[in-house]
Design a binder for this molecule. Structure first.
Ligand SMILES: [Zn+2]
Length: 160
C-alpha cells in the first residue's frame, strides 16, 4: 500500500487500516497505523498483529506465531540538499529516512522491514521443544541397521 502525504496538513494525522499479506516471509499483518505530519517530519506509528510462519531453530519444524510489530518511523520531508551515502547511513541509524521531496511512502516496504527485525533470532515452536527428536529416532534406526550388518560380516568371515 502506497500512501500520498502531499495532502496531509501540518499537525494533522490520518489513520490507515492495514490488512496485508507478505508472502515472502510469509506473514499477515493487521492493525492500524497513524500517519502524522509534524513540522519537517512525517511520523508513522502503530502496532500490527502479525501472524508469521517461522522455522523452529531447535527442531526445524514450521510453526505459526503471532508477533506484535511496533511501528515507529520518522521521515524527513523534502530535503533540498543532496546527501552522501555516508550521511544517509548515519540518518538511517537514527531511524530517520529522507523523503527528498517525494510525497509517497510505501507502507508495505516499511511494514516488511519492521516484521523482519521483529522476528526473534532464536525461534522456538514451543518452550519445551525437545529439538531433534525425529533426528534422534533416525539415528537410532540407523544404529539398528548397523547391528544387523555386523552378524552378516561375521557370517562372511565364517565362510572363508
Ligand atoms: Zn521445535
Amino acid at each position: 500500500m502506497i500512501i500520498d502525504i502531499s495532502d496531509l496538513e501540518n499537525d494533522k494525522s490520518m489513520d490507515i487500516e492495514i490488512d496485508e499479506d507478505f508472502e515472502e516471509i510469509p506473514a499477515h499483518a493487521s492493525g492500524m497505523l497513524t500517519v502524522k505530519s509534524s513540522g519537517d517530519f512525517v511520523l508513522i506509528r502503530g502496532n500490527l498483529q502479525t501472524e508469521v510462519e517461522l522455522e523452529c531453530s531447535r527442531c526445524l519444524k514450521i510453526y505459526q506465531d503471532v508477533l506484535n510489530v511496533n511501528i515507529d518511523e520518522k521521515f524527513m520531508k523534502g530535503a533540498k540538499t543532496p546527501i552522501t551515502s555516508k550521511e544517509h547511513q548515519m540518518r538511517k541509524s537514527d531511524f530517520i529516512e529522507e523523503l527528498d521531496g517525494i510525497t509517497e511512502i510505501d507502507l508495505n516496504d516499511l511494514i516488511y522491514q519492521n516484521i523482519i527485525i521483529s522476528i526473534p533470532s532464536q525461534t522456538l515452536c514451543d518452550e519445551n521443544c525437545e529439538g531433534f527428536s525425529e533426528l534422534k529416532n533416525y539415528i537410532k534406526a540407523d544404529e539398528n541397521v548397523q547391528t544387523i550388518e555386523i552378524p552378516l560380516k561375521v557370517k562372511n568371515n565364517n565362510n572363508k
